[in-house]
Design a protein around this ligand. Sequence first.
Ligand code: HEC
Ligand code: HEC
Ligand code: HEC
Ligand code: HEC
Ligand code: HEC
Ligand code: HEC
Length: 485
Amino acid sequence: MSKKLIFAAVLVMVVLLLVAGCGKKEPAQPPVDPPPVDNGIVVSEFVGSDSCKGCHSDVYSEWETSWHTIKATQGPAFGAEMESNILEWVRNDWDNLLTYMIVDQLDKDTIYVATEKVALEDVDFVVGRIRKQRYATYYDGGPVEVYKATTEDGGISWTLNMDETFEFEGNKERAGYKFLFIETRPNETENPNYYGEWRSWQERCIACHTTGFDYEAWDEAKAEFVAGQRDDLRDIFVADLRVGCEACHGPGSVHASSMKADDIINPAKFEAYEDKMNTCAQCHTRAASSTKLNTANDLRGFMLGDNYSDFANWLTPKWGTGDRNVSIDGKGRRDHQMDLDMRLSRFINPDSYHADQACFDCHSPHRVGNNPDNLRLKDGIAEGCVQCHKDFTMEEALDGRRGWEKAEFPNWGTEYGRQPNKQHLFNLNEEGLVYGLSPEQYHWVLKDGGDAKTQADWSGIWPWNKEAADAAGKTTFVGAEPWNQ
Ligand code: HEC
Ligand code: HEC
Ligand code: HEC
Ligand code: HEC
Ligand code: HEC
Ligand code: HEC
């Protein structure tokens, strides 16, 4: 499908449909202005969730207080009233925290952190609220005095060295909203967690946290800024700061004036598994990197109906060795990897009841976090597990750690996965433990021009990517240790 929904319809038709549509449901607000028409082609554009409110007030009010609307919020730099977006204890304790801005990276274990603390009123964006919170402030890429912070565990934890300062000459490539060195949690009252992300919010993560990020406009703005033709990079180019209606329904300008069901996507009506899955997996995934920008790891530019691999490079599974992201059998180890678990499960048990399920078959898309009966699931889902399954509880089914030997830096080589309520691999081994692939099911691809006898020339691939690798003429292998064959 093309990047934007394109409907071949002349303006006259739109007006006619608009009139016809009115009979179906009395809109509480007038339809939004008709969408732009170019040579008879009407292109749907992002209009923001508030444009849907008048006609869908029921859904809007469910969604309005859901966790999807507090993913990224404005900070006090946009007005003192935004202070309340920052966790209360953090606000009260701000002056005691290491609120330094991360400027850039020296090497993969060392980052530069500005020596001047960021004032509470200078926080531009607040990311997250439920489990953790991070803060961003604007940096213009100019020279600045810095400290160094280092990591010894691949970036899981960081230590700031304040004994020595350095002159950082500046880097316009890094300009934008930059993260502070702190990462806070609601249930703590002092901060033991430090953060090492040295890229800006716009160049790294924004598309998973907002709706309708226009990455082409950002790339252009950045190029102009670096070339000295633009004053700043404060624009974030999003249609909605929240995970809004159009993140899961596609751009809505045409529908918001036509009111036709055919002009908007209802993900429940997707026929292809990939399209259903990607409704949520465009954000609930852990990609290796964006195909649109090598510093990013969101699926910037993705529209419903697009192919995942046109927007992101898949994470590499580390069959038999494991790493921070995946255990040796492919179980996801970090946040937002449920899509990978579910795809693996579908490969292992293609005929299972769970193989064709989409995230929204179990999860409530509009009421995440604000349904008092169940914070994450649709009504009846939790009760359903017990009705079909007598041998294990829901907690056991989603516990990828139970019974497995612990994995920790630098020893990742175990089957230890994620704690209860996170693992989404619907597959248990003979002992009833959550399990991924067995060694004879590992999938590999040989590097272009690589030596089949050299271990380093083989890399793991997910089973669902074998077909594409074969079609591209690559050498693939299924089984343990292809270099020993
Ligand atoms: C002016 C009123 C109006 C506005 C504004 C509006 N809608 Fe609708 N919407 C409707 C009507 C009427 C229907 C039912 C259409 C039908 O059943 O033929 C509908 C149906 C839908 C459906 C169900 C489609 C299906 O195939 O089941 C979705 C999803 C939807 N709207 C999303 C949105 C989103 C997202 C926005 C904001 C971008 C929006 N709507 C704005 C009037 C509106
Ligand atoms: C591939 C999409 C994606 C990317 C890229 C991404 N995130 Fe997230 N992030 C999510 C999802 C989805 C969640 C919800 C948690 C989950 O699903 O496990 C989340 C959760 C969070 C939370 C916790 C939210 C809360 O309320 O507790 C914070 C904070 C966060 N992300 C910050 C960031 C930052 C900063 C970056 C960039 C360095 C980033 N994320 C990149 C998708 C993404
Ligand atoms: C996180 C993704 C997501 C967001 C955000 C979202 N929707 Fe939906 N919506 C869905 C899915 C998935 C369905 C299919 C029904 C289902 O399985 O619950 C749906 C169904 C609908 C329907 C069909 C009728 C119904 O209630 O099932 C309407 C109308 C609708 N959404 C409107 C909206 C509007 C308006 C907003 C913003 C206020 C919105 N949606 C936000 C995912 C989302
Ligand atoms: C545009 C990106 C995006 C899309 C699309 C999206 N989500 Fe989310 N989702 C997020 C982010 C970011 C969070 C974290 C919100 C927070 O807690 O601050 C989140 C949170 C959640 C949570 C709660 C996670 C927790 O910490 O317990 C669930 C459940 C969830 N989403 C389900 C869905 C489902 C189901 C869909 C598809 C119908 C979907 N999401 C589509 C970005 C997205
Ligand atoms: C068979 C039903 C089912 C399906 C399908 C499903 N989930 Fe879940 N999910 C659950 C259950 C059950 C929980 C635990 C609920 C709880 O603790 O509130 C859960 C928990 C979660 C959480 C919260 C974990 C945390 O970090 O706190 C997220 C996020 C999530 N699922 C995302 C997804 C996504 C994304 C998909 C699709 C790729 C998906 N789920 C598919 C049943 C399902
Ligand atoms: C309508 C019935 C039904 C419901 C509801 C249901 N399942 Fe299943 N589930 C099945 C079937 C059928 C299988 C395949 C069983 C098999 O292969 O022996 C299965 C398999 C599984 C497996 C793998 C079992 C194994 O031995 O490998 C897990 C784990 C699982 N389901 C968890 C859940 C959870 C968690 C829920 C609730 C969120 C749930 N199921 C809801 C029918 C259901």
